[in-house]
Design a protein around this ligand. Structure first.
Ligand SMILES: [Fe+2]
Length: 296
């Protein structure tokens, strides 16, 4: 037990010292000490995550051996990522998406199951509260584009149709912007909620989506540019499919002839999610069935 003086009142504050032993600094002793500092974490999952974070960050620094200038550049980058965020713009999600981390988290949370639609990233532009439409009604309020009908059935893993399943659908307009990014579009343009009928059937009427760039005017865009990467996502329509007593699926359907299908800026494409737009008299038709598994 030692004491020290503190504040102008010269109050004596006791400080408990757990060990008088001072270990010589080394990479190993420093790691052990950093891990020791989180041993009193009461939440076991938080403790597990913090221990892994410390181990991986120490390994990263030991591997990269950044100069102090480089370390500050990294801190400055993360600072700018935070400063770029607001109610609509989410630069951290963009950072996670464009370096493949979001899809890795998605993979560990949604393992492929036969008969269940594969998942993909939610993306930063989902907005709750989209208007409900009847099957066959268009969610396109004021956009140009080729008309398309996306129709199919929502089924369980045994192939049985699911009645009253909910499909939350959204996509960009022909100018490559989601409505939440573009004040010139009507509220909830190209966003809608549909429900399957008694036979599990749905019919979404919209316009053919276009490829677009993720926001690349911030620090993440600079990093993409520095790595020689483009910021394009292949054309796609977002879906969240849910039903009572079933596990929801967050996914996207990608246009099969898109130039960016194999280089999606956010790594979201899976083969089972690629669809073909069949030309019809007044636009295109797409047939696609979704699969849900029971909630455990
Ligand atoms: Fe998107």
């Amino acid at each position: 037990m030692i004491t020290r003086t503190e504040s102008k009142s010269i109050k004596l504050i006791p400080i408990k010292v757990e060990s008088e032993t001072v270990t010589e600094f080394s990479e190993q002793s420093h790691l052990e000490e950093a891990l020791h500092r989180v041993q009193k974490t009461t939440d076991p999952r938080l403790k597990e995550v913090l221990e892994a974070f410390i181990k991986h960050m120490f390994a990263f620094v030991n591997d990269v051996k950044p100069s102090e200038k480089e370390w500050m550049a990294g801190i400055q980058f993360l600072t700018e990522v935070g400063q770029k965020c607001d109610n609509v713009r989410q630069e951290y999600i963009l950072f996670s998406d464009t370096f493949g981390i979001t899809m890795l988290v998605d993979h560990h949370n949604h393992k492929a199951v036969p008969g269940v639609t594969e998942s993909s990233v939610l993306g930063p532009f989902y907005r709750e509260g989209a208007p409900a439409y009847q099957n066959g009604e268009s969610m396109c309020q004021d956009s140009a584009g080729d008309p398309v009908v996306i129709a199919g059935t929502v089924k369980d893993v045994q192939g049985k149709p699911i009645a009253n399943a909910k499909l939350d659908v959204w996509q960009t307009a022909a100018n490559g912007f989601y409505q939440v990014q573009d004040p010139l579009q009507s509220d909830f343009n190209l966003s809608g909620v549909y429900h399957t009928d008694d036979d599990g059937h749905f019919e979404v009427r919209t316009v053919k989506p276009v490829s677009y760039t993720v926001p690349d005017d911030g620090p993440v865009g600079r990093l993409l540019n520095a790595t020689g990467r483009h910021a394009y996502r292949p054309a796609h329509v977002h879906f969240v499919i849910s039903a009572d007593n079933y596990k929801p699926v967050v996914t996207q359907l990608f246009t099969d002839d898109d130039a960016y299908l194999r280089s999606d800026a956010v790594f979201g494409v899976k083969d089972s999610l690629v669809i073909h737009y069949t030309p019809e008299d007044k636009g295109y038709k797409v047939s696609y069935d979704f699969g849900l598994k029971s909630a455990d």
